[in-house]
Design a protein around this ligand. Structure first.
Ligand code: AMP
Ligand code: MG
Length: 331
């Protein structure tokens, strides 16, 4: 079904319209501090299935349920470990998703049949307004076509989903820029399944210990989303390690001499060193790089045939999450 898509400021009128859409089983895009989400009523089986259809999302890649900061978590999950209370105090609302044992109150389509439920309380003011107005758990993946770059502006959502949804709530550019940290909290020690702005070190500082999930050969993946190609711009891409930055620059110049629209993606220090004419500068530090990555990937696919990326020197802390996305985006 093709429909007209509106981008609306968040106010009483757009919230009332969003509520009407959600209660009738539809989906609404809304801002968060990480990326834009595509939300539906987590209690409504058809509405949740519709989210997968709109995005073209594989049906075994579970969704995160979003709730406002006053929502009663124990109505959604069967067990809340003590350490998650410490983590909630330290990091919520914010870009940390915690995976709990589910008590099967939401549609089974949310977790794709897993017995766990991922829950997140976003800090973005507009997200909180939307979630409070609805007072429902909202199942929401990123508001992009599956495998494309996640959206960090309302315009990005529009570019991917126009004609497929009625309303995009506009909350400006997302400050965080990469998806939330996903933390498995079903064991005695929490385990990072997907890295993000809340790092394993930050979690360990609060609760003493934190594991980082590495998939072993032949093992069933614990966070199904991690096995898919992701975040890919619609143009050619090539990634060089930091130590190969001179090779990257030579490749870029060679491509230009062949008449290709080539552009270099790098951090500010590499830009200062190489000074390429065509650049997608990710910025000076890890926070800037996280915030800029998806915007720059989407700019790249608009202006270039090929993005030649150089990995930054620093790859720890928040850069674990940024590099994870860069490697997936660049195949
Ligand atoms: P997205 O909303 O597109 O950022 O994707 C949600 C991410 O959360 C994916 O990587 C999923 O695999 C992960 N996720 C959601 N629910 C669960 C769950 N119950 N257990 C493990 N990972 C989950
Ligand atoms: Mg996504």
């Amino acid at each position: 079904m093709i429909m007209e898509t509106q981008i609306l400021e968040i106010d009483e009128r757009s919230l009332a319209l969003s509520k009407k859409i959600i209660l009738s089983g539809g989906a609404v895009a809304f801002p968060t501090e990480t990326v834009y989400g595509l939300g539906a009523n987590a209690f409504d089986d058809n509405a949740v299935k519709n989210i997968f259809a709109i995005k073209g999302r594989p049906s075994d890649n579970p969704l995160i349920v979003h709730v406002h900061s006053g929502y009663n978590l124990s109505s959604l999950v069967s067990y809340i470990p003590e350490y998650t209370k410490l983590l909630s105090k330290a990091f919520l609302p914010g870009p940390l998703t915690m995976v709990y044992r589910s008590c099967n109150k939401v549609s089974p389509a949310v977790s794709c049949g897993l017995d766990t439920l991922a829950v997140r309380i976003p800090s973005h003011k507009g997200a909180q307004q939307f979630l409070k107005y609805l007072d429902l758990p909202i199942a929401a993946p990123s508001a992009n076509i599956s495998k494309h770059v996640s959206p960090v502006t309302a315009r990005h959502v529009y570019d991917d989903l126009k004609g497929r949804i009625e309303v995009i709530l506009d909350g400006g550019k997302c400050e965080g820029g990469i998806e939330s940290t996903v933390l498995d909290c079903t064991g005695d020690i929490p385990c990072v399944l997907r890295s993000g702005l809340v790092t394993a070190d930050m979690i360990a500082q609060v609760v003493g210990e934190c594991h980082e999930y590495v998939m072993k050969d032949g093992e069933k993946v614990r966070s199904p989303g991690m096995k898919y190609k992701h975040y890919s711009p619609n143009c050619q891409t090539i990634l060089f390690e930091y130590s190969d930055r001179a090779k990257a620059f030579a490749e870029y110049k060679e491509l230009k001499s062949q008449g290709k629209r080539a552009v270099i993606m790098c951090d500010n220090s590499v830009y200062e060193e190489l000074k390429p004419q065509d650049v997608l500068n990710l910025g000076k530090d890890e926070r800037e790089m996280a915030a800029n990555l998806y915007d720059k990937l989407r700019e790249g696919e608009r202006i270039a045939d090929i993005i030649v990326a150089v990995a930054p020197l620093k790859q720890d802390g928040v850069m674990v999450g940024v590099m994870n996305r860069m490697r997936k985006a660049f195949g």
